[in-house]
Design a protein around this ligand. Structure first.
Ligand code: G3H
Ligand code: 13P
Ligand code: ZN
Length: 323
């Protein structure tokens, strides 16, 4: 069942977070559905502009629809990740996406708010939810690279003003995380004080945390042992901080890099250990199983495992009331 992120967030707020995972191909798609079925967890499928270029938006839609018919019990939102205005409109008009992110965070406040407001109007007219972003994470996303020194944390006062001005359904906040595998140095972590200040000013309002992969040391070690050359200083968000963040209003936690690490580790090890093999399905099968376990594990850490049936009941009841 495809639902909006707003519907998911009404169930999750203050209790747990929903995992948002990027997909680009069939193996990721099947692994994601399988892992969430194992964990009985709702989820958010994220599609970036890069994924739409790589796999073609029609292929992505067809894969998701096929996966849904294989896993009919699944409950998920289909969400555009880091959209620009034109791509948001394409997704809203498609009738397939239930949620879009308009990322105009690189613009000054007023322009960001004006662009977001336009997208919200178009999206809400079609029942699509909108995530916006205020503040800037470090790292690379799509074609925009934010140097460490230019990343800036979300200002809590501005966050309140931005939400009121735009009417968005959720807000991605910069609270110290960044995209990719090199997030923190030393003992740095999420700035919980900033998160708390934002959630105090926006009680009940769903917040989103990008750049939330945990970059497990063991995964990096195995990749390098199998011929990879990742910088061993790679470091991510402590998975045990997902739930404390959820209690402060974070309802969506974005995880992409960790899934890429699973893919890299499985394929490097498989090819190293099976030098005679040229049937790609061996590694593909293993990857789907490993990715499914990884997703089930993340769902436990996010607190959304075993929430499927209660979410189904609440959303169906809410939809019934509105009909
Ligand atoms: O934040 C970006 C996501 O990790 C998606 O990455 O734009 O390379 O598909 P991508
Ligand atoms: P990671 O790079 O930490 O996985 O973040 C992904 C993300 O924020 C996608 O929007
Ligand atoms: Zn992101």
């Amino acid at each position: 069942m495809i639902v909006t992120t707003a519907e998911l967030f009404r169930c999750a707020y203050g209790k747990y977070a929903i995992g948002a995972y990027n997909i680009n191909n069939m193996e990721q798609t099947l692994g994601l559905f399988r892992g969430c079925a194992q964990a009985e967890a709702p989820f958010i499928i994220q599609i970036s502009r890069g994924a739409r270029k790589y796999a073609d938006k029609r292929m992505l839609e067809a894969m998701i629809r096929a996966a849904e018919s294989i896993y009919p019990e699944s409950i998920f939102a289909v969400h555009l990740d880091h959209g620009d205005e034109a791509t948001c409109y394409d997704c809203i008009d498609s009738g397939f996406y239930s949620s879009v992110m308009i990322d105009a965070s690189h613009h000054p406040f007023a322009e960001n708010a004006a662009i977001t407001r336009r997208v919200v109007e178009r999206a809400h007219a079609k029942g699509v939810s909108v995530e916006s972003e205020l503040g800037m994470l470090g790292g690379v996303e799509e074609d925009i690279k934010v140097e460490e020194g230019h990343a800036c944390l979300t200002d809590p006062e501005q966050a309140k003003e931005f939400v009121e001005e735009t009417g968005c359904d959720s807000l991605a906040c910069a609270v110290g995380t960044s995209h990719g595998a090199y997030k923190f140095k030393g003992r740095q972590s999420i700035h919980f004080n900033v998160l708390e200040a934002i959630s105090k000013r926006l009680p009940g309002f769903p917040l989103v945390m990008h750049g939330s992969s945990s970059v497990p040391q063991e995964e990096v070690r195995r990749i390098n042992a199998a011929g990879g050359k990742l910088d061993p200083s790679a470091c991510g968000v402590d998975e045990n901080e997902y739930l404390p963040a959820a209690k402060l209003g974070v309802t969506k936690i974005n995880i992409d890099t960790d899934g890429r690490l699973v893919w890299t580790r499985v394929h490097r090890e498989y090819l190293r250990d099976h030098p005679e093999d040229f049937d790609f399905r061996g590694a593909g099968r293993l990857y789907m199983a490993e990715y499914a376990s990884f997703i089930a594990h993340k769902s436990e850490k996010l607190g959304c495992a075993k929430q499927l049936e209660s979410i189904r009941k609440s959303i169906l009841a809410e939809r019934g009331d509105r009909a």
